[in-house]
Design a protein around this ligand. Structure first.
Ligand SMILES: Cc1cc2nc3c(=O)[nH]c(=O)nc-3n(C[C@H](O)[C@H](O)[C@H](O)COP(=O)(O)OP(=O)(O)OC[C@H]3O[C@@H](n4cnc5c(N)ncnc54)[C@H](O)[C@@H]3O)c2cc1C
Length: 310
């Protein structure tokens, strides 16, 4: 028996159902707060948990509910979408129960141990792993690497009220604030100008923004930048940020760590601006300008403005 945690509005949950099916045995699904998606989940049973206090996403509560229903049905695996939320949720379950968690799976073979194929290093390699499971395996499906389970009617839909403590509801989404956007989304932009640690400060991004604006592109950044608090995580390119595939990618003051390249290797052309000719980004770049970005980037912007007569 396998339990799939359904994330509303996310197709990767259907990929998690496919993965759960490969484990063999009946597949049940869990929906929290809304039965909206239940009608077209082609699983044996959909469990719908409702509690009036769940007014927003509450990760500890959902983890608690998942364990409650998994215990009740005797699930030997809990599978979720390998999204940020799915991985966060299953990590909480693993921390609470001590059960083993394998993230980013694209294939499973039942057995003891389970044989798993996992995506590692931001998609750079596939790992074959063995998971030794005493009671229950915890898995997430790598997004868009597993076939999507087709819609169909469930065998049964069962509603229940979970057992929750107030402590499970302390962490909860209370409000949503739309990200301020300059108009061009990072994921869809044809041109992305990214600043790395070499930019030096939040204020230093003025030159990056200016160039991106002149090229009608989006501003990106490296994780060193988000860790420093200079830009929001929405702007981060990489393994743990946004994956981009622009026509031209312009990383400025970015060293080119593998986790960064994992997010930009879909770019058609890369123009690196870096003062270090030995920086790893040079092995990936199609073109490079070796120099101080604080001189090179404003010079490119000035030339663009001059040619446009502005
Ligand atoms: C699990 C995990 C996930 C990660 N995910 C991501 C991710 O999604 N995205 C990501 O970016 N990183 C990620 N990282 C971090 C990654 O390993 C690097 O630490 C990070 O990318 C480095 O950022 P950076 O290139 O801006 O900084 P640095 O590596 O410090 O490089 C700065 C570069 O700027 C150059 N420079 C300095 N001053 C100037 C100047 N004035 N002009 C021109 N060049 C200059 C330097 O020569 C250097 O090459 C992850 C790491 C881990 C462990």
């Amino acid at each position: 028996m396998n339990l799939v945690l359904i994330e509303l509005g996310d197709d990767v949950s259907r990929q998690a159902i496919t993965l759960a099916r490969a484990l063999g045995g009946p597949v049940h699904a869990l929906l929290v707060g809304s039965a909206d998606a239940a009608a077209d989940l082609a699983v044996d049973t959909v469990h719908v948990a409702s509690d009036a206090r769940l007014t927003g996403y509450a990760p500890d509560a959902v983890a608690r509910i998942a364990v409650e229903i998994a215990d009740r049905i005797g699930a030997t695996a809990i599978v979720a979408a390998g999204t940020e939320r799915g991985n966060d949720l299953v990590a909480r379950i693993a921390a609470d129960t001590g059960e083993p968690f394998a993230a980013g799976c694209i294939a499973v073979e039942p057995g003891a141990p389970l044989t798993l194929t996992r995506v590692r290093w931001g998609g750079s390699l596939l790992e074959e792993a063995r998971l030794h499971v005493a009671r229950r395996a915890l898995l997430t499906a790598a997004p868009h690497a597993v076939a999507t389970d087709p819609p169909g009617a469930p065998g049964a839909v069962e509603h229940f009220t979970p057992t929750l403590d107030d402590a499970d509801l302390v962490v909860m989404v209370r409000d949503r604030v739309a990200a301020a956007s300059g108009g061009v989304s990072l994921a869809d932009a044809d041109v992305v100008v990214t600043g790395g640690r070499g930019v030096g400060s939040a204020e230093g991004f003025a030159v990056i923004e200016e160039l991106a604006g002149l090229l009608g592109g989006a501003v990106g950044c490296s994780r060193a930048v988000t860790m420093a608090g200079w830009r929001s995580h929405n702007d981060q390119v990489g393994q743990t940020g946004t994956k981009i595939s622009p026509e031209i990618y312009i990383p400025c003051g970015v060293s080119g760590a593998t986790q960064h390249i994992a997010g930009c290797k879909g770019a058609k052309r890369i123009l690196a601006i870096n003062k270090d000719p030995e920086a790893p980004i040079m092995t990936t770049a199609d073109y490079a300008v070796i120099g101080d970005l604080h001189e090179v980037v404003p010079a490119i912007s000035a030339e663009l403005r001059r040619r446009r007569g502005g």
